[in-house]
Design a protein around this ligand. Structure first.
Ligand code: NAG
Ligand code: NAG
Ligand code: NAG
Length: 363
């Protein structure tokens, strides 16, 4: 009799005595992690993920939006980092772009409810949130929202502070342990108050953002730690100057096919590989606007960096172009080439009058 047969016989006999739910949980071991077998044994700090810049700022014909599709579709299509700006609106955390008068994407609670629903339906995926805490809300204010949505149990708590990029557990162990939501916040995090809200800049550095020059560089732009041991994010979204009442910047939509491409001047693929060469390791997160331009090229870039093949099980969403023809605009789009919805006009008026007239920025 072969030893292995004896083992099988023994474990079958043992299983017969165990309650079926316990037997199931004992044998649960993720074999596919974030879509790939290879990732289960790989550290979270050694995977490149695609992120949606201002993932809640969804819409067309609106200079304050950065995405065509909402968070559920973003996740379905392969986005695994969700970047957002949190603002206080009547004591409630909303996701707004620069100001809630300019663009209000609804409450954090409604947004996170969608994330929770998606994660419950996709139990083999690790998802990362990157929160810009614009109005200095407290960790406990965020925690109340996570509690009410039911996301605290899914949240990952770091084992040290800061976490060196090699300290991060494997995707497989995060998935098996059920702690597969990682939350970073740019300011105001305090692990002694809320352990799973992770201070961004002691754990991660970023390249410059809101650039209008398509030669995206890889320089460390923001950090509060030793960049050589931190995770890192590249901000690969191109802006252009726009003149609406005052001069500002908004996504350069005409350049999206080039910006999101897998290769070529100004492409995501080019910046990612340059950064990989410069630092000896690939970016962990790559934030993009209107991710579906390029027909999946942004996910192809990540797959290439990760050494796997991009093969979506169903086609991803397709771009929703602005209904006004902005193809005549070059580096500078003006009011006449965009139809700005009335809500945005009203918002802009209030926003600008409450600001020093002149240059302002939609971050
Ligand atoms: C970050 O990038 C911005 C935009 O390119 C630049 O103005 C600023 O000087 C940079 N800061 C650092 C510390 O590199
Ligand atoms: C971007 O690429 C798509 C698909 O190839 C094409 O239909 C569209 O016209 C392109 N957009 C621009 C602005 O070049
Ligand atoms: C993961 O490790 C491999 C091998 O060292 C490296 O080539 C790759 O750039 C790493 N990726 C990330 C995101 O760290």
């Amino acid at each position: 009799m072969h030893f292995s047969n004896a083992r099988v016989a023994l474990s079958t006999a043992l299983l017969a005595f165990l309650p079926s739910s316990l037997a199931l949980s004992l044998s649960r071991r993720a074999t596919v992690c974030n879509g790939h077998e290879e990732f289960c044994d790989r550290s979270y700090g050694n995977v490149s993920f695609v992120g949606a810049h201002n993932s809640y700022a969804v819409g067309t014909n609106n200079l304050a939006t950065n995405q065509d599709y909402d968070v559920t579709q973003q996740l379905n299509d392969g986005i695994r980092m969700l970047q957002m700006q949190a603002h206080m609106q009547n004591d409630v955390i909303h996701l707004c772009h620069s100001s809630c008068v300019l663009y209000d994407g609804g409450t954090l609670e409604d947004y996170l409810t969608k994330v929770k629903t998606w994660m419950d339906a996709n139990t083999n995926d690790v998802v990362t949130l990157l929160i810009v805490n614009s109005d200095g809300a407290t960790p406990s204010q965020f925690d109340s929202v996570f509690q009410s949505v039911g996301l605290t149990d899914l949240s990952y708590t770091p084992t040290s502070s800061p976490m060196v990029y090699t300290d991060w557990p494997t995707l497989g162990s995060m998935i098996d342990g059920g702690n597969r939501l990682v939350t970073f916040m740019d300011s105001g995090a305090d692990s002694t108050q809320v352990s799973y809200i992770i201070d961004e800049f002691t754990n991660m550095w970023e390249t410059a953002y809101d650039v209008t020059d398509p030669t995206f560089d890889c320089n460390v732009n923001r950090t509060k730690g030793d960049s050589s041991t931190q995770l890192y994010t590249i901000n690969h979204f191109l802006d252009e100057e726009v003149s609406v009442i005052a001069t500002s910047v908004a996504p350069d939509k005409d350049a999206l096919n080039t910006t999101n491409a897998a290769s070529g001047d100004g492409s995501l693929g080019e910046q990612a590989s340059e950064c990989g060469v410069q630092y000896g390791r690939s970016p962990n997160f790559m934030l993009v606007d209107f991710y579906e331009y390029g027909g999946g090229s942004v996910f192809e870039v990540a797959a290439t960096l990760n050494g796997v093949t991009y093969a979506p099980s169903s086609p991803i969403a397709t771009p929703i172009p602005d209904t006004t023809d902005s193809s005549t605009s070059s580096s500078s789009a003006t009011i006449s080439t965009f139809s700005v919805p009335p809500g945005l006009w009203a918002g802009l008026g209030t926003f600008v009058s409450g600001t020093i007239m002149g240059v302002w920025t939609i971050l």
